[in-house]
Design a protein around this ligand. Structure first.
Ligand SMILES: NC(=O)c1ccc[n+]([C@@H]2O[C@H](COP(=O)([O-])OP(=O)(O)OC[C@H]3O[C@@H](n4cnc5c(N)ncnc54)[C@H](O)[C@@H]3O)[C@@H](O)[C@H]2O)c1
Length: 338
């Protein structure tokens, strides 16, 4: 098996998670360097890796490194994509590429010019439940899709430091749901109407953000969809999807630690959903990096492309405009020529 030597940029929540998955499950990658200006030394010592540094530039200048995993906060993604492309490295970039259209296009063009691969971290496409829904839709098991319903609720609000740089709920969190909506309905979103509020914690007001939303979607192929989001579901990470079509419906329920149900005179009790993205989407995180490896060694194009990153950002910007102006917004793809 050919090993691909990589550098990881950013070792916060998601950088640590990818590092741990690579060490445990993905021997085809060799992590040479982890670069983070505030590297958690105690954590790094436990990884058994030897090269943990504070300066990401060292990774770009290292010719041994064939690919990078960009796991830094969103405002750094574009400059790091461009730098990686210039130095000929393949790129796995966490979502979002950027919270703005212009810089996203700039990054995609740099990748195209350099002829390197870039995969965007929409890991949910690789979740076994959601992949099965996609396959059933592709196999016409539910006929022609008509309606999509996504419930996507976090178990707890993110750390305040993260909130400051996150770019808001639609750009940070709902962007996964926008990508899943496009992926499952096999159509781009034509119109969006987002209704949102701060119902959980006033801290969101301080960042001009929201914590609760209902989003109505109209797709270009005529299908309709609705997404409901919350930053805090007290019973755990609530991640469910239903697609309804002309010949039936398919739905994915939450994953739980066990499927044991206890019934007594007081009621019927089951486990809560798996706690958060780390637990719920573990297999999808491994599968997306496996796909990235396959693209590097086989030369095939990543199935989650720069265009997917761009379109989801476009939708999240329209969602933000919709909730601020309290009206439906028609998506304008003219600015997205790549
Ligand atoms: N796919 C998913 O489900 C998922 C889950 C969580 C986060 N994310 C995405 O991953 C990215 C990081 O999120 P996080 O939760 O890990 O954030 P985080 O704040 O926990 O960690 C970010 C890390 O990057 C470091 N950093 C800051 N500037 C840097 C730079 N210029 N170069 C390299 N590292 C730098 C910080 O010191 C920090 O350790 C965000 O874009 C976020 O949206 C994706």
């Amino acid at each position: 098996m050919r090993k691909v030597t990589i550098g990881i940029l950013g070792a916060g929540r998601i950088g640590k998670l990818h590092t741990s998955h690579i060490i445990k499950h993905l021997p085809q990658f060799q992590i040479k360097t982890i670069a983070d200006p505030s590297l958690d030394e105690a954590w790094f010592q436990k990884t058994g890796l030897s090269h943990g540094i504070n300066n990401p530039d060292v990774v770009f200048n290292d010719n041994d490194i064939e690919a990078v995993l960009i796991c830094s906060p969103a405002p750094f993604h574009v400059e790091q994509i461009i730098e990686a492309a210039h130095t000929g490295k393949h790129i796995f970039c966490e979502k979002p590429i950027s919270l703005e259209i212009g810089p996203t296009i700039e990054a995609i063009k740099a990748v195209k010019r350099a002829k390197v691969k870039m995969q965007v971290g929409f890991n949910r496409r690789f979740d076994p439940n959601f992949s099965k829904i996609k396959k059933l839709i592709d196999d016409k098991a539910i006929g022609k899709p008509h309606l999509l319903r996504i419930t996507s609720r976090d178990p707890k609000i993110p750390p305040i430091d993260f909130l400051k740089l996150s770019g808001g709920m639609f750009g940070d969190m709902t962007i996964h749901d926008f990508d899943m909506a496009r992926f499952l309905m096999q159509s781009d979103i034509d119109e969006i109407y987002a209704s949102a509020n701060v119902l959980i914690n006033p801290v969101f007001n301080e960042y001009d953000d929201i914590d609760t939303a209902i989003i109505n979607l109209k797709f270009k192929n005529g299908c309709l969809g609705v997404i409901d989001n919350s930053r805090q579901a007290v019973y755990g990470y609530d991640q469910r999807i239903e697609v309804f079509g002309s010949k039936g419906a398919v739905q994915a329920e939450n994953n739980k630690p066990t499927n044991t149900i206890v019934s007594t005179e007081n009621g019927v009790l089951s486990d809560k959903p798996l706690y958060y993205f780390l637990e719920r989407y573990e297999s999808s995180f491994v599968a997306e990096l496996n796909e990235f490896y396959e693209c590097i060694v086989s030369g095939k194009e990543p199935c989650v492309s720069g265009r997917d990153g761009l379109y989801s950002t476009l939708v999240s910007i329209a969602a933000e405009q919709s909730r601020r102006e309290n009206r439906p917004i028609k998506l304008n793809y003219d600015a997205c020529q790549i």
